[in-house]
Design a protein around this ligand. Structure first.
Ligand code: UDP
Length: 319
């Protein structure tokens, strides 16, 4: 199978490609290297079935040319990370909306299947826990840049579902919850690589807000298994799936756990949100996925415990 992975040099993209190459897929990775990097692709150069193209999903003719050559597209290229979104809202909105529109239009010409990466951020501040795919979105005001990410991804989902409904382009939507693993970087705000780096350097571990907010982290190895299943079954067409882990943990507990696993002497430092991000920043209290649909249709079973995944990340960052 010939597959295009946009955002292929990113954290999730590179893990997806690794798994696809093991399945003997031929891969073209498209990435503008804005947040992804060549090192993530270094080990794939030995594969003849792997090709990297440096470019943007905003380049329509390049997108058309690449989609023309494949049977399946994974569209992962997007602005990601709460810090990046707050600092670069224009880039977030244009990349996410126009990039996805370009990919969908190209997929329509070739009548090719498309797996679209979306986000649990879509549920926003909803308290209808655990979050189910058909649950409501509850977003804050447009004056708060954070919500531009959820809105841009919601438009992507609407567009994707519209292409399926109106034009019968097989589109599947993956709502990824907090995904973690080796190669993820903390620069754009992601909490786990930030905590691990801080703990390994014996620097203060920076917990934002009260630290009582919770998340459920999922190992990227588990998430990409499900992404592959989505690409392989027609039962996923026109469907949305939550992809997330099983263990809910508060950010303060996470800080303590990372400290213990790193055998670190770091102190845990509490930082108000307005200092960490900007005035008026809103965080989410609890984010918990309902993964029953993915279990049923994709046979998705998260296999890695949080501790196992954290240990993999710690060993990776140590190296
Ligand atoms: N967070 C933190 N310290 C950091 C980075 C993040 O306490 O150095 C918190 C953040 O405020 C949020 C949680 O960790 O409550 C998860 O943040 P992340 O940006 O990884 O993902 P989110 O779930 O917010 O999309």
């Amino acid at each position: 199978m010939n597959v295009l992975v946009t955002g292929g040099a990113g954290f999730i993209g590179s893990h997806l490609i690794e798994k696809c190459l093991k399945k003997s897929y031929s891969i073209v990775a498209l990435d503008n290297l804005s947040t992804g990097c060549r090192e993530n692709l270094a080990s794939f150069s030995a594969f003849k079935s792997f090709q990297f193209v440096e470019g943007s999903v905003l380049d329509t003719s390049l997108v058309n040319e690449l989609v023309e050559q494949v049977d399946l597209v994974y569209h992962l290229a997007a602005a990601v990370g709460v810090r990046l979104i707050v600092e670069k809202p224009v880039q977030t909105i244009t990349t996410n909306i126009i990039g996805t529109e370009n990919i969908l239009a190209a997929a329509e010409k070739k009548k090719v299947k498309l797996v679209l990466a979306s986000t649990s951020e879509i549920y926003g501040k909803s308290e209808m826990l655990p979050f189910k795919e058909d649950g409501d979105m509850l977003l804050g005001p447009t004056t708060n840049s954070r919500w531009s990410y959820a809105c841009s991804k919601a438009i992507d989902e609407f567009l994707g579902l519209a292409y399926w409904k109106e034009k019968r382009i097989p589109v599947t939507i993956a709502r990824l919850f907090n995904t973690i693993g080796p190669r993820q970087v903390g620069q754009y705000g992601m909490v786990v690589p930030r905590f691990v780096n801080q703990a390994l350097k014996n620097e203060p571990i920076t917990v934002y807000g009260s630290g009582k907010q919770t998340r459920v982290f999922c190992d990227v190895e588990d998430s990409v298994e499900a992404l592959i299943a989505m690409g392989e079954t027609d039962q996923s067409n026109g469907q949305i799936f939550n992809l997330g882990g099983l263990e809910e943990i508060s950010i303060k507990e996470l800080a303590q756990l990372v400290k213990k696993l790193c055998q670190s002497e770091s102190e845990v430092q509490m930082i108000p949100y307005e200092e960490a991000y900007e005035a008026g920043f809103e965080d989410l209290n609890r984010r918990v996925p309902d993964i029953e649909k993915a279990e049923k249709v994709l046979h998705f079973v998260p296999k890695n415990s949080l501790e196992m995944t954290l240990n993999k990340i710690i060993n990776y960052i140590k190296k």
